[in-house]
Structure formats: C-alpha cells, structure tokens
Write a new protein. Sequence first.
Length: 237
Amino acid sequence: MTDARPKILVVDDEPQIRRFLRLGLEGHGYVVLEAATADAALRAAVAAQPELIVLDLGLPDRDGLEVLGALREWSRVPVLVLSVRNREDEKVRAFDLGADDYVVKPFGMAELLARIKAALRRRVEREAPTPLFRVGGLEVDLARRIVRVNDAEVRLSPKQYRLLQILVANAGKVVTHRQLLSEVWGVVHRDDVQYLRVFIRKLRSRIEADPARPRYLLTELGVGYRLRTPDQVPGPP
C-alpha cells in the first residue's frame, strides 16, 4: 500500500535538531526524511521527491543558500528555511532565491507546524490554480482582470494591477522588493525600493479600508510585502 502521508525532508547537520523535528513532525502525521549535508540533501530531494524541505543554512559542506539555488534550477518544492541567521539581508537572499518561508532558531514546534501547513496548502493551490482570488472583502478575478472591494469594482492602473497580480500569485508568501521591482519595472529598477513604496501606498489606498493599518497587503520590514490568505486575515476590528 502506498503511504499517502506528506514527506518532509529535514536538512540539518545537528542530530538533536533532526531528532526534535522528526518527533514533532511524525507526531502530526508526516513522513520524515533526514540529511546532514548539502550533497545528501540534493540527492534525497531527487530520489524521494518530498512535498516540502526544511533547510538549515549552516551546513558543513555547502551553504544552505547554495542548496536552495540548486533546487530552484529544477524544482518548485516548498522550502522552509530554518536558521540562526536573523539579518534582513540573509532573509532577502533566501526569498530572492525562492524560499517559501524563513524561521529563525530557536523556534516553537507549533509555529513551525503552522508554517509547514501553510506552505503545503499554497503548493496545492498553485498546482490547481483558480482564476478567482478572495480574501476578506477583496476579490481579484484574474481571468477578467477585475478587482472588487466589498462588491464594488475598483479601478487600478496597469502597474498597480500587475503588482497585485504578482502578490495574488504568491499569496501568503513574502515577495521581496527586488522580485516585485524586477517583474513590474524590469531588472534595471530592482533597487528602486522607494519607487515601489509609492506604488504600494497607492495600491493600498484602492484596496484597503484603512491604508495606514492594512488588513490584506502587509509590509515585511526590510524584505518585501505579503498578501494575506483568507485564513490569515483577522476579523473586523
């Protein structure tokens, strides 16, 4: 009989961390595979085709970011980075390379499980995309290029719509400044963060009831922006 439980590849050179993760993840219904080095991780990713990878950056043979870059050459498997590195530039590099989430050590198992579930859910949604995205009172019809807020149609400029379209495609995930700038304005503008902030403010003014306290389009300080998914939106104030 085929085991239908999701497989998670845990990549960390510390045996105690791998054991902690194995116990926690197996207790919640996941099949856990382990790798202690970058090379072993890449081999396991090819051979086992896990549904998600938990990746430490401090590996003994190669930096974890190199592993992430190598994975993204051929795979879209969700990668959750787990690291003691808490600097903004490290997080930006990880997200730019295609990380789905970033958790700083030390961490709690409850938080990690919630992030794993969210990443797996996004994978399912990405593989079976819907042309209609709804979160709270915001509705984006990707097929007809129509945006509504509380059932009222909202008109956006082409650049504002493109920003929203990219954020919808990555809903629940942080999209870095450079990613947004490169995709909307081209790579020559990838460092024009202030320019992006101006457009984000304009977009919020169209889709948020209170742009100063956004419910949908969140800022990840020093990194980028994230559009909330329906389960991440708090109730009405």
